[in-house]
Ligand binder design. Sequence first.
Ligand code: TXA
Ligand code: MG
Length: 350
Amino acid sequence: MTIINNSANLAYINVNQAIEKLNNGELVAIPTETVYGLAANINIGGAIDNIYKLKGRPNNHPLIVHVHQNFDVEKYAKVNYIAQKLIDNFWPAPLTLVLPKTKYISEYITGGQNTVAIRSPNHILTQEVLGELNCGVAAPSANKFGYISPTKAIHVYNEYINHDMKDIKLSILDGGDCEIGLESTIVYINGDNTITILRHGMLSINELSALVEVKEKPEVKISKIENTPRVSGELLSHYAPKTNMSILTQQQLINFNTVSIGTESFILCFSDTFHQIKLNCENMRDEYITEYIKMLSSNPNEYAHDLYDTLRNADNICQSKKISKIYIEQIPDNIEWIAIQDRLNKASHK
Ligand code: TXA
Ligand code: MG
């Protein structure tokens, strides 16, 4: 096996260097409030091409265009009354709008569709970069296709340090931990001035429906319908660790056969459950238990913030110690947890 080490192709940079590199058609991992994005200047075809190559993403999966909060969105999209209302009330925000595109957005970015997904991210460094660039950047989450989205700069670094870079250079603008930790809410503006949520995020239905009418998403696979938007998060398996993962109820975890912990299984659960499982782990040292059973917050915002980092760490431990299974506790069935539920379902689907 050849060991690849990409330190020559990976570098940390500052805001000015990020602007320069994006202007020169290089890829830059940018921080946002949701997750890190793998950004390229939308006016440089070769740079967009490199996003698909580096991520290993099929090129009919459209990218989100990110713009500065004062950018004239009309340049890239047809902005109707409802879209304008959402922009005025929320942006910069974890809210992506799918709108009819203009000629300035190539079909290469939109996967051949006549709509563009566009948002203004709420992160000070990325706003600075976008303000200077004076054009949009296309950026999917900076993970490799199908893997967990990065919420720290080091996640991006670790993702590509041993990866075949295909001679592509990637620079990372470190903007700290992503505040929200889950990808943006994506909405489609319907012809009748209602909206449909294509992907749930931590900007909630309640916040949106205070302003506009939100329609239920049809219970069909979007990718199978002609003329409807394709959302790659629609794939059943996505955001997934390499280790097989299953969702268990609190009761199932409390009854869990503790002998397998740390050898065959790894557990992620709420603190109540943690303490109950611990009572069953009679002969285990505390350090052993806390290495293989991790607690997640019962506050949905804190949970979302920590989830991907916790999953990456769990996955790394499982891969290096040959632990075959991650068990994660079922979360509450209510609207505050809907985006998290969506990601857990996809991460646990094989
Ligand atoms: O929070 C986020 O949205 C992050 C950060 C980096 O901004 N980005 C992100 O990008 O999650 P990505 O590529 O991992 O997911 C974007 C989703 C994809 O599922 C894609 O299919 C969908 O947006 N999308 C893009 N353009 C679309 C369009 N024209 N119609 C419908 N869906 C679209
Ligand atoms: Mg993604």
